[in-house]
Design a protein around this ligand. Structure first.
Ligand SMILES: [Fe+2]
Length: 229
């Protein structure tokens, strides 16, 4: 018994010395300290997903400025749509802002687009309705909720609106109106990447195309300076 107790004391003293040494090493090593701080900062960001923190995450994940602006534009549309449907504005806006968070990461393997992002967002503890909408927007799940349809149909519309602004003589969002964008919508070869069929699914929200365009255009016009248009 006495022998075991001595052993215990020896282990305890050695462990204390070891821990002290480890802590001293960590505190005197700027790189390790920085890594630890970075780790806890990320945990903090993840578990308090305010818009500001969502923007920080997005800036970390997306380096392409146009892609970043596309996310801001989608956020603006979703916010405006949430107002129209009296839905939770913050939730819808976050879905718009973060829906393409994995875009650059999945560049080489586009089939994973949406899945990687959804998995990442799920880990942050974000509302499951956002996680589902992210999977839906890239075709990995069928749309069911209003948020699913809103994100699915607004995503390509932002591109059409930006292209419309760029071809307008003023090159400005504020100079656009619904009719101008609607005419561009009907020109199939104009901004062909903006999937007209997908945009037209706004009817699943109970919206006619012109009203849908009007709502999204209004949302994007509100942040024209951030979009640089
Ligand atoms: Fe998108």
């Amino acid at each position: 018994m006495l022998f075991n107790f001595r052993l215990y004391i020896i282990y305890y003293v050695n462990l204390t010395i070891l821990m002290n040494k480890l802590l001293n090493d960590i505190m005197s090593n700027d790189l390790i300290l920085e890594l630890i701080l970075d780790f806890f900062t990320k945990i903090y960001i993840i578990y308090s997903m305010t818009r500001e923190n969502a923007l920080k995450l997005l800036r970390e994940k997306l380096k392409n400025k146009n892609l970043f602006k596309h996310c801001l534009a989608t956020e603006a549309c979703l916010k405006e749509l949430a107002e129209r449907f009296e839905a939770d504005k913050d939730t819808w806006a976050l879905a718009g802002l973060l829906h393409d968070i994995d875009y650059e990461e999945t560049n080489a393997d586009p089939i994973r687009h949406g899945l990687v992002g959804a998995e990442y967002l799920e880990k942050t503890g974000l509302d499951s309705t956002i996680v589902t909408a992210v999977k839906v927007h890239s075709g990995h799940l069928p749309a069911e909720s209003k948020l699913d349809w809103a994100l699915f149909s607004a995503d390509p519309l932002t591109g059409l609106i930006v292209a419309s602004a760029l071809m307008h003589p003023d090159k400005s969002l504020k100079s656009l109106n619904t009719d101008f964008v609607l005419r561009r919508f009907k020109e199939k070869r104009f901004a062909a990447g903006a999937n007209r069929e997908q945009i037209s699914t706004c009817k699943n929200l109970g919206l006619e195309l012109n009203e849908f365009i009007e709502i999204c255009l209004r949302g994007m016009q509100k942040i024209s300076e951030e979009l640089g248009l």
